[in-house]
Design a protein around this ligand. Structure first.
Ligand SMILES: Cc1ncc(COP(=O)(O)O)c(C=O)c1O
Length: 365
């Protein structure tokens, strides 16, 4: 059985007519940037994420950059980031001129460990960026309490976790400003690059709106040095077609994860994803850990089963971050997770037969 790492087919094939109708609507409107589609999508996504405001932007990285910029985080400031995130979280901090300060994750969940944050705080710390990695919500109650206690901003990186929750609150609704990504492979994916900032603060939302549009409210009058980072009308219209299906797609991802949990139980040296108490997981990725990662991946490939590594090199060991002076051993938990993680096929529409076939191949290995 050939099982790809990701197939869009079950999500996209049934929506073909609705998506092409949305395309035609935008095409015929003769209005392609910052119009009604983006406005409506922002309202609909805010309702979905249970926040007062959504501001559509060009991609997830920009969402994080604009959030930090609006909060005034910049040169001389330190921002707490996970040691094991996708590099975009760190890049956002660097791009506003601040310094990323890595904190190790809980190895069981791969998510930022709130108990380790306090030790990394200095008088220069301005913000904490929790990343709900792989789709599991971070322990936001503790993180928000710590932020309040130390007068810090929180910017959630919600790129992988639309619809996840901690203690009943949705990810992307806790922080002062939060970023998400609608990159095609994300749980809610556009047909190209797209992202959004979410917040409950009207004044901050307004500042993001100005900053994404050249720092301008009135055409050709610029109040601040802004960006061109707008969500396209076309992507807004297409995302509006997909958004109502996200809860059902999430339910299917959770069902696929439950099947994996069952079918992979008890295999020696194979660690399955753990979910923290109070957290929900929307399984953007189903990530296992094994010391025999390279051989297992080769074996899966040989049997026609896709897999990927998220991520092979932690940010502190990337060439891009050489100047920070970290070395192998600086963040041993992140390094161990990077050396042992393997993401198995995960997409809405996968069947139990697919999962059982993947599990059989792993068990045979
Ligand atoms: C955790 C995380 N943060 C940020 C991003 C950046 O999103 P984008 O690719 O839309 O810029 C991504 C996805 O690529 C991500 O996985």
């Amino acid at each position: 059985m050939n099982i790809p790492f990701l197939s869009f087919e079950p999500q996209h094939a049934p929506l073909r007519d609705a998506m092409t109708a949305a395309f035609s609507r935008v095409y015929d409107s003769y209005w392609y940037v910052l119009g009604e589609e983006v406005k409506q999508f922002e309202r609909e996504y805010a309702a979905f994420n249970q926040v007062a405001h959504t501001v559509g932007v060009a991609n997830g990285l920009d969402a994080l950059v604009l959030a930090l910029r609006v909060l005034g985080v910049g040169p001389g400031d330190e921002v707490i980031v996970p040691s094991n995130t996708y590099i975009a979280t760190w890049l956002a901090v660097t791009q506003v001129g601040a310094t990323p300060v890595p904190v190790e994750p809980d190895p069981a969940t791969s998510n930022l460990d709130p108990a380790r944050i306090a030790a990394a705080l200095t008088p220069r710390t301005r913000a904490i960026m929790p990343v709900h990695l792989y789709g599991q919500a971070c322990r936001m109650t503790e993180i928000m309490a710590l932020a309040t206690q130390h007068n810090l901003y929180v910017v959630e990186d919600n790129a992988q976790s639309q619809g996840a929750a901690f203690a009943g609150g949705l990810t992307g609704s806790f922080g002062h400003l939060n970023g998400t990504s609608f990159y095609p492979g994300k749980n809610l994916g556009a047909l190209g690059d797209a992202g959004a900032v979410t917040t409950n603060d009207a004044a901050l939302a307004h500042k993001v709106q100005v900053l994404r549009n050249y720092g301008s409210q009135q055409k050709y009058y610029n109040e601040v040095v802004g960006y061109n980072s707008r969500l396209d009308e076309l992507q807004g219209a297409l995302l509006r077609v997909k958004l109502p299906h996200l809860p059902e797609w999430t339910r299917q991802r959770q069902q696929v994860a439950a099947w994996y949990d069952q079918h992979l139980a008890g295999i020696p040296n194979l660690h399955l994803p753990a979910v923290a108490e109070g957290a929900t997981h929307v399984y953007h990725l189903y990530v296992v850990h094994t010391p025999q990662r390279a051989a297992l991946q080769q074996h899966l490939t040989a049997q026609g089963i896709g897999s990927l590594i998220h991520y092979p090199v932690p940010p502190h060991l990337q060439q891009a971050y050489q100047a920070l002076g970290f070395a192998p051993g600086s963040f041993p938990i992140a390094e161990e997770l990077a050396n042992t993680c393997l993401s198995l096929p995960m997409w809405p529409g996968m069947t139990e037969a697919h999962v059982a076939a993947v599990a059989d191949v792993i068990r045979a290995f």
